[in-house]
Design a protein around this ligand. Sequence first.
Ligand SMILES: [Zn+2]
Length: 245
Amino acid sequence: MNLIVLGRYAPFPAAGGACSGYLLEHEGRRVLIDCGSGVLSKLQSIVPLRDIDVVVLSHLHGDHTSDLMVLRYAADADLRHGCRPSGIHVYSPTEPSEEYSRLSYKEAIIPHGVGDRDDLVLGGMRFSFTAVDHPFPCLAMTVRADGGTFAFSGDTALCPQLLDVARGADLFLCEASLPHEEAPGGYRGHLSARQAGEVAREAGAARLLLTHLWPFHDLSRLVAEASEAFGGETALAEEGATYHV
Ligand SMILES: [Zn+2]
């Protein structure tokens, strides 16, 4: 598998950057994970939008979903012009229901609900979903293909089930929303960089990639903090970079 980082920021993009968005590729097939602000612009420098037919949303907060609200126009136009065989299948939690009900669009966006412990093969890759701790229901995911394991935290506070998600991952993409001293007692629905490193260490992950970065934080401090807690290979997710799993 290859992971291409499209966007790494939250809850709004830095200038020229994008919010949560990751393209997972395997044997010429692709799944887009999350579709936040700025992701469509980044995505088109890699693949035409008509090549995207599966999207997975970790949860329904706007910094993970907002560009889906315009991707639907591209998909609808491509369908009308015969440039794509079908609409885009979108897999996400079904709550909050008012957010979920906004996803469907003509034949262009076809939503499917997924939940805790669901297992699905998408784009030839096996996705295992785990509910984590966030104000909106959020699904972390472990993705396996060809003996490689990729894990993504989604948005979450520290919770025991995150260890299972990251257990033995070759690459663990984990949110690191803030420096630890900013909220030593924990922060509602999010992880500090130190906590991301601790989870990676306890789970025995091989590599840690930090994402969900708030533009106003000192990013070098976040990576130093996570790296110290993990003790293994740690980096900030770089937009446009490809990571082999
Ligand atoms: Zn969120």
